[in-house]
Design a protein around this ligand. Structure first.
Ligand SMILES: N[C@@H](CCC(=O)N[C@@H](CS)C(=O)NCC(=O)O)C(=O)O
Length: 311
């Protein structure tokens, strides 16, 4: 049985989404703690540039972005499903809204001065400044949503989510779907990482109870692994066979081309390699690193830009 290795750090909301999915699917996993800010030399040796959190590794296959990681986990453990058939499309759409809109409004709200004081309690001022500078650079200098807009937007999103719970225990039915995991993680940050600001949930008790139900899922069985061990695991493995994957050519870029894949909003470090597969939903490139040997790096198409490298 191949090991599931999660590269993450405790306060990352998107990592919390995957930790909870691993718990929901009762999958055992290895936990590699990565730095919160750049540089992340051991992580980028695996990804070739991509720096966002979390990243999942299975041997010499590296999976970027939680939307793709969730799909891969669903393949490995189909039950309980993240995409119940009657809400398959809707659950993905709500998840995408939560991962983008709710996440950005929540973070604007969470990172007001009282929240910053909670998150960085006990850390020296330089560490706080380094974090702020790293995230500003990650946004390419674009400002975060202002606190006022973040607060009003977040409050209205919380009300809408709460409305979805009036007649059922989870957002789209009797069991959690991907929508629940994606809506959970920004609110988790408010409750657990910025407790001074958690009163915002008092207006939506149904949502508060749903948070308690979701948290009870837990993170499943996991043990610590060092980043060196993860690099060794990649080095000793061979990437999975992709030759039978159906090729979908939306960009006019042939398999075998040298390409870059870059996130389309923030964290714009490109990953470069040879395009070895492009399906309806996924792009895979092959690259080599001294410390990992050959690896396949997998990205979802959604939210990523594929470009041919000019020779
Ligand atoms: N769309 C990405 C977003 C991931 C993301 O934004 N993660 C945050 C942490 S929660 C991040 O990467 N922050 C910067 C970092 O960790 O270096 C996903 O679903 O995985």
């Amino acid at each position: 049985m191949i090991q599931l290795i999660l590269h993450h750090y405790p306060i990352s909301p998107f990592a919390e989404k995957i930790r909870l999915i691993l718990g929901y699917k009762k999958l055992a996993w290895q936990s590699v703690i990565i730095p919160r800010i750049m540089p992340k030399p051991d992580l980028t040796a695996l990804t070739g540039g991509y720096r966002r959190t979390p990243v999942m590794q299975m041997g010499a296959d590296i999976y970027c972005d939680t939307a793709l990681i969730a799909d891969v986990l669903e393949k490995i453990a189909p039950a309980p499903s993240l995409y119940p058939s009657q809400v398959n499309g809707a659950s993905r759409i709500v998840a995408q809204w939560a991962d983008s809109q709710v996440f950005s409004a929540a973070m604007a709200y969470n990172f007001q001065p009282a929240g910053i004081a909670d998150v960085f309690a006990g850390l020296p001022e330089e560490a706080v400044q380094a974090f702020v500078a790293d995230r500003a650079a990650m946004r390419g200098g674009a400002p975060r949503m202002a606190i006022g807009e973040g607060t009003s937007t977040y409050k209205s999103q919380l009300r809408r989510l709460s409305d979805m719970l009036t007649e059922r225990p989870y957002l789209l039915g009797d069991a959690p779907s991907i929508a629940d995991f994606s809506a959970y993680h920004p609110i988790w940050f408010t409750l657990e990482r910025t407790p001074s600001l958690s009163g915002i949930l008092d207006a939506t008790p149904l949502l508060k109870d749903w948070m308690t139900r979701m948290k009870a899922i837990g993170h499943g069985v996991h043990e610590k692994m060092t980043s060196e061990q993860a690099l060794d695991a990649a080095n000793q493995a061979t990437p999975g066979d992709v030759t039978q994957m159906p090729f979908v050519n939306e960009h006019g870029i042939d398999l075998g081309s040298e390409v870059t894949i870059t996130a389309d909003n923030f964290g714009l470090e490109p990953t470069q390699g040879t395009l070895v597969a492009a399906t309806k939903t996924r792009l895979i490139l092959r690259r080599e690193d001294q410390r990992t040997g050959a690896v396949h790096v997998h990205f979802p198409r959604n939210g990523f830009i594929l470009k041919k490298v000019k020779s």
